[in-house]
Design a protein around this ligand. Structure first.
Ligand SMILES: [Zn+2]
Length: 511
C-alpha cells in the first residue's frame, strides 16, 4: 500500500517583550530560579492579570507578516489542567477568538513554490519549568518562565514530507526574527516545534489517525523525528494494526519516538472565557499603523537582490538571513556608490566579502578564542551560527570603512592578498584601510623598475613555465603573475605586473 503523509505543525514562539504577558515581571533568560516572579505569576489568590500591550502589538505584527487576518474582537480563555509548573491550575490562552487567522507562508517544495496555510495564531502565557536535579530526591519548580508571552502558530495539514516541515519552520522562524517578534533561539526554547502527522492511503480523502510530536527544538531533530514516525506508522498499518492517537516524544539518544501520553481532546481542557480579563478590542488604527510600518518582506527582499545584483541563492540567503546583515549590506553599497563605484560591481564584491571573507574571519577568531571549529556556535553571531549571537561581525567595521576597502580592491589599488590582510586588521583595530596600509607599509608598488626586477627574478627561477609559454601554453601566465605577486609580498600593482610580464614573455618568445 502506498501512503500519503499528512503533516501539520504547531509552533510556540516566545515574543520578545521585556515583561510577561499579564504582569510586570521581566523575561530575561537564565536568571536565578524564581527571581522573576510576583504574586500574579505565582498564581496567588486575589491577583488580577493586566494585559501587556507590547505583546498584542507583536502578535499583530507577526500576523500581518504571515498574511493573516487580524481579529478586532479577541477573547482570552482559561485552559484547565494540572501540572506542578502551573500554579494557577490553568493557562490563559485564546480558544474561540484567536488574534490571527487564515494566513499563509510560501516555502520551496520539491515541486516548486508552495503555500502552507496558517490556520490560526493565538496569544497565550507559558508555564514554568520543572527541574529534575540529579542525585537529589524529587524535583523543583522554577517559575521564571511562567507567564512569558507566546504566540502559538498552527498550520493547516498542508505539509507532505519531513523536508517540507523543515522548510516551513525555517521560513517561519526567519519571518519572526525579521519582524523583531521572536529571537528564534531554539536552544533556549524560544521557538519550539510540534509536528503532528498521519498517514492515509494515497487518493483517500479522510485523514488517518494523528500522532503529535512534542516540543522539538532543532531542525535536525524535527527531520529525524518526522522521518522515524513516517516509517513507524507505515509499518503499523502494513501489519494490519491501528495507529493510536497519542502524543510522542523524540528520544535523541535512541533515535526513536516513544509514547508520552494518549492525546487529550479539546473538551478535556474545559476552556471557558477568563472572567478576570475583559474582551480585547484591537483598534483598527493600531492594525493599520503596524501594517504601514512593516515595509518590505524578506521574500520581496530576496527577489529584489536577485534582480538587482544577480546574486546566487547562497549569497541572497546569507544577506537576508538577518535584518542587521541586510541593512549593513545596503549601507555599504550606498557608501561605495558615493566613491564612484557602480551599484552592481560594489554589490557583488560586498556580497563576497560578507558571505565568504567574514565567515573565514569568524572561524579564525573562534579558533583563536579556543573554540572548536566544528559544531560550535560562532559566538560573534555570524549567519552560519546556529545560535544567533548578539554581536555580528559587521558591527566591528563601519560601513564607510568597508566600502573604502572594497573600492580600493575594485579599482586595483590593492591586490587580493593585501585586501585580506587589511580586512583582518580592520576587525582587530577598527582603523581605516588608509591608516592600516600606511602604518603596515602595504602601499602598492607601481614603480616599473622595481616590478621588472622582481619579474626577472621570477622568470629566472621558472625556466619550465617560460618554456611552456613559448610552446603556446597561455595558462602559465596566471601562475607567473601569482609568483610575482607573492615575491612582492602582494604589494605589486597587479595591472602593471600583468602588462610587464606579458611584455617580458613576449621578448622571451622572440628570443
Ligand atoms: Zn509576575
Amino acid at each position: 500500500m502506498i501512503y500519503e503523509v499528512v503533516i501539520g505543525v504547531e509552533v510556540h514562539a516566545q515574543l520578545r517583550t521585556k515583561s510577561k504577558l499579564f504582569c510586570g515581571c521581566g523575561t530575561t533568560f537564565g536568571l536565578t530560579a524564581n527571581s522573576q516572579t510576583c504574586p500574579l505569576c505565582l498564581g496567588l489568590p486575589g491577583t488580577l492579570p493586566v494585559l501587556n500591550q507590547a505583546a498584542v502589538e507583536m502578535a499583530v505584527r507577526a500576523g500581518l507578516a504571515l498574511n493573516c487576518t487580524i481579529a478586532v474582537n479577541n477573547l482570552f480563555a482559561r485552559k484547565n489542567y494540572f501540572y506542578p509548573d502551573l500554579p494557577k491550575g490553568y493557562q490563559i490562552s485564546q480558544y474561540e477568538a484567536p488574534i490571527c487567522e487564515h494566513g499563509w507562508i510560501e516555502i520551496a517544495a520539491s515541486e516548486g513554490k508552495k503555500r502552507v496555510r496558517i490556520r490560526r495564531a493565538h496569544l497565550e502565557e507559558d508555564a514554568g519549568k520543572s527541574v529534575h536535579v540529579a542525585g537529589t530526591n524529587g524535583s523543583r519548580v522554577d517559575l521564571n518562565r511562567a507567564g512569558t508571552p507566546l504566540l502559538e502558530i498552527v498550520t493547516e495539514p498542508d505539509l507532505r514530507s519531513a523536508d517540507e516541515v523543515v522548510a516551513y519552520l525555517k521560513g517561519l522562524r526567519e519571518t519572526l526574527i525579521y519582524r523583531d517578534v521572536c529571537d528564534g533561539d531554539m536552544e533556549k526554547g524560544n521557538f519550539r516545534c510540534e509536528p503532528n502527522l498521519s498517514l492515509r492511503p494515497l487518493g483517500q480523502k479522510e485523514f488517518g489517525t494523528k500522532v503529535e510530536l512534542k516540543n522539538i527544538n532543532s531542525f535536525k531533530f524535527v527531520k529525524d523525528a518526522v522521518e522515524y514516525e513516517i516509517k513507524r506508522q507505515t509499518k503499523v498499518l502494513n501489519e494490519g494494526g491501528k495507529v493510536q492517537q497519542e502524543t510522542r516524544l523524540w528520544n535523541i539518544d535512541r533515535g526513536e519516538t516513544a509514547v508520552m501520553r494518549s492525546k487529550e481532546e479539546a473538551h478535556d481542557y474545559r476552556y471557558f472565557p477568563d472572567p478576570d480579563l475583559v474582551p480585547l478590542q484591537i483598534p483598527k488604527e493600531l492594525i493599520d499603523q503596524v501594517r504601514s510600518s512593516l515595509g518590505e518582506s524578506p521574500v520581496d527582499r530576496k527577489s529584489r537582490l536577485e534582480q538587482e545584483f544577480g546574486f546566487s541563492e547562497y549569497s541572497v540567503g546569507v544577506i537576508t538571513s538577518r535584518k542587521d546583515i541586510f541593512e549593513y549590506f545596503e549601507k555599504c553599497v550606498i557608501e561605495a556608490e558615493k566613491l564612484g563605484l557602480s551599484k552592481m560591481e560594489a554589490g557583488k564584491e560586498l556580497a563576497n566579502c560578507i558571505t565568504i571573507d567574514f565567515r573565514g574571519l569568524a572561524r579564525k577568531m573562534n579558533s583563536r578564542a579556543g573554540f572548536e571549529q566544528s559544531n560550535t556556535p560562532l559566538p560573534l553571531g555570524h549567519p552560519d551560527s546556529s545560535e544567533y549571537g548578539e554581536v555580528w561581525l559587521g558591527t566591528l567595521i563601519p560601513e564607510k570603512n568597508l566600502a573604502e576597502l572594497i573600492a580600493k580592491k575594485i579599482k586595483g589599488e590593492i591586490s587580493g592578498p593585501i585586501y585580506k590582510t587589511v580586512l583582518e586588521e580592520m576587525f582587530e583595530t577598527r582603523r581605516t584601510a588608509d591608516e592600516i596600509i600606511e602604518t603596515k607599509g602595504l602601499k602598492q608598488v607601481s614603480d616599473e623598475g622595481t616590478i621588472e626586477k622582481i619579474i626577472d627574478e621570477v622568470l629566472e627561477k621558472s625556466p619550465n613555465q617560460v618554456a611552456q609559454f613559448r610552446e603556446g601554453k597561455q595558462q602559465v601566465l596566471g601562475f607567473l603573475v601569482g609568483q610575482v605577486m607573492k615575491a612582492s609580498g602582494g604589494k605589486a600593482n597587479p595591472g602593471k605586473v600583468n602588462e610587464l610580464l606579458k611584455k617580458k614573455l613576449g621578448e622571451a618568445v622572440k628570443i
